[in-house]
Design a protein around this ligand. Sequence first.
Ligand SMILES: Nc1ncnc2c1ncn2[C@@H]1O[C@H](COP(=O)(O)OP(=O)(O)OP(=O)(O)O)[C@@H](O)[C@H]1O
Ligand SMILES: [Mg+2]
Length: 299
Amino acid sequence: MVQLALTYKKLVARDFRVLAVIEREMGRYEYVPLEVIERRVRLPSTHVAASLQKLNKLKLVKRRLGDYVGYRLTYLGLDMLALRSLVERGVLEALGEKLGVGKESDVYSGLAPGGKRVIVKFHRVGRTSFQRIVRVRHYAAAKPYSTWFELAKVSGQREYRALEELHRVGALVPNPLSYSRHVVVTEYIEGVELYMYKEPLDPEAMLASILGTLRKAYLEVGIVHGDLSEYNVLVSLEGETEKPYIIDWPQYVERDFPDADRLLKRDVAYIVRFFSKRYGVDVDTERALKYVRGEVEAL
Ligand SMILES: Nc1ncnc2c1ncn2[C@@H]1O[C@H](COP(=O)(O)OP(=O)(O)OP(=O)(O)O)[C@@H](O)[C@H]1O
Ligand SMILES: [Mg+2]
């Protein structure tokens, strides 16, 4: 079993209560003072102390010593709270293997109650730039850690909402199931990343479908993906038909965002060039762009 799931299984209701209190108070304190935690948890202080010691050992909280003793959550602590909500809401039953570690996320497979496979994506904005964020904000703001968590939550919620809208208009994206905090749960796409897909049945139709998804995103939802590449397309074979799902949406921009036009051009040019080089599909980039923008009705 993966580390996250092992850690989760070690926790009892009391530990989640302590974590939840620290989470809530982190908006106010960089490190939540022990006495505040004790007051809010409303359990005998020996129980709170035992729980905090356990959480500290499991690296779910970080302790501050000095003029006062205080605690903050770590990313792992926040993960536990999100998993707990998803489990309690009946979205998730088990966490499976880790599928990938990106710059800005960790992606796991998981099981929903009933045994359906799902994807559990932990947003980690600022992981690579974490040191810098903390250094820059430490002096400017009193709450660097909560700021850093807020960014991850915003990223998760952005992705969830975008997927929801896209799915509603029938775009080929994973169906979003739920989210908590910085964690998004979506349908599992049984497929192969486009960059590994060497022998397509009908590459013309696949490119048309990808452009069709970009068009729906642009015209019906009003957004531009902004990071389209062969790594963010999963090809699923459904019967005899190849369905290219576009994944990884948190960085999308609104259509009227100043940079949206440049990003749309880049997404379209990139994918058209990929299909030309890899599969020898010939589509004119300008024409494809017009199609996505709704200026022409067919490719
Ligand atoms: N719905 C899904 N079904 C199946 N596999 C998925 C799904 N979503 C993501 N994956 C797998 O996880 C990988 C990473 O997902 P995603 O692109 O959403 O994260 P990421 O933040 O882009 O990571 P990176 O920083 O590397 O780009 C994908 O390339 C894919 O292999
Ligand atoms: Mg990706």
